[in-house]
Design a protein around this ligand. Structure first.
Ligand code: 5GP
Length: 337
């Protein structure tokens, strides 16, 4: 079997995917037809032109999200979008998915309704796509301010009473140039004290001081970890903070010059816990298989490396011990049967 096919069939674990960034162009166009009418070619043109774009700046990337947000503002749109995203990951043989999304008030839904629709849909998907286990990391969007963040965490803590099996932690994301991390430490501590894991976007832009503060505060996983000074990297290594590497996202956004120069290489070769993730598979037109294929080709990874990476992703996931056992069994069966 060729290595690409082997990777496609491999049971995979996705730990860093944003719901509204994971809508494929096909899904956006389908949802766009329902929202704006069959004959709205202008919408289709915008979606396709984004897909064809090979390079963005981080700022440009953030301009794509409102296109998806406009289609997930109703319960029906959100439900359809989420089902499509789960289906696409399942078709790529992702067996465990920690999906992130920012609970938001839209013109058609309250924040509570947004979150409830997400829970309902994940439960519905578990019968439609039984081979994938989906968990949620509600996101705090750091561009929306501290009051919004507090409200989100309090909603999530309330939801834990009925959905503790689905909620695994909190993600801090949103435009990394906006706001200050210090504003969020109090509310993130509250989440942590209530047993929620923290997956924080960190060192996504060149801001050593803030990265230092974040690493001192601590986190269960670091999103991107691109701009780490050697001092900060040493802290991440001492604390053994797993880093979620999103190769295509970083290269297309220009935060990393090329695949060859991606920090994944040094992290992996120094045996630091590292995972491959898609980030926004729709925005960057990728899949988790594709990310593994790129890593395999660029860094000349062997099957043993693919197995190590897969098992490491299970270890650093926020799954329960039993869920981890199930995943490890699937992975080992694939590699050794
Ligand atoms: P949503 O939370 O609406 O389901 O997914 C899209 C949102 O995820 C974006 O509006 C943004 O807040 C966040 N996001 C997606 N990709 C990235 C990324 O690469 N970096 C950061 N910091 N945030 C992101």
């Amino acid at each position: 079997m060729d290595i690409g096919q082997f990777i496609k069939g491999m049971p995979k674990v996705e730990l860093h995917a944003h719901l509204n960034g994971s809508l494929s162009t096909k899904t956006l166009i389908e949802l766009g037809k329902l929202e704006y009418g069959e004959s709205n070619n202008e919408f289709q043109r915008i979606c396709e032109s984004f897909q064809q774009k090979q390079e963005f700046t981080l700022e440009e990337c953030f301009k794509k999200f409102p296109i998806a947000h406009a289609l997930t503002k109703t319960k029906d749109g959100l439900r359809r979008a989420l089902l499509s995203v789960i289906r696409d990951f399942a078709l790529d043989n992702v067996v465990y998915l920690e999906l992130r999304t920012t609970p938001k008030t839209t013109t058609k839904m309250s924040k509570t309704e947004y979150l409830e629709t997400v829970f309902e849909t994940i439960r519905l998907a578990s019968s439609m796509y039984p081979d994938i286990c989906v968990k949620l990391l509600p996101s705090i969007d750091r561009s929306k301010g501290i009051e919004f963040a507090k409200d989100t965490v309090h909603l999530v803590l309330k939801a834990l009473k009925t959905h503790a099996d689905l909620i695994k932690g909190i993600d801090l994301s949103g435009n990394p140039a906006s706001g200050s991390f210090n504003d969020y430490t109090k509310i993130l501590s509250e989440a942590r004290n209530n047993n929620l894991k923290l997956a924080l976007h960190c060192a996504e832009i060149d801001n050593d001081g803030e990265t230092y503060e974040m690493l001192q505060f601590g986190m269960d996983r670091c999103g991107h970890g691109t701009y780490m000074s050697s001092q900060n990297l040493n802290i991440a290594k001492e604390k053994q903070i797993p880093i979620e590497c999103c190769l295509t996202s970083n290269v297309k956004c220009g935060t990393v010059k090329s695949y060859q120069e991606h920090h994944f290489k040094n992290l992996y070769s120094s045996k630091h816990p590292v995972v491959l993730c898609t980030d926004d598979s729709g925005v960057f037109d990728t899949t988790l298989s594709e990310e593994f294929i790129i890593a395999q080709k660029t860094f000349d990874l062997k099957k043993k490396d693919l197995e190590v990476l897969s098992l490491r992703a299970v270890d650093v996931s926020f799954a329960s011990p039993l869920e981890k056992e199930v995943m490890k069994t699937k992975i080992c069966k694939y590699f050794y049967d």
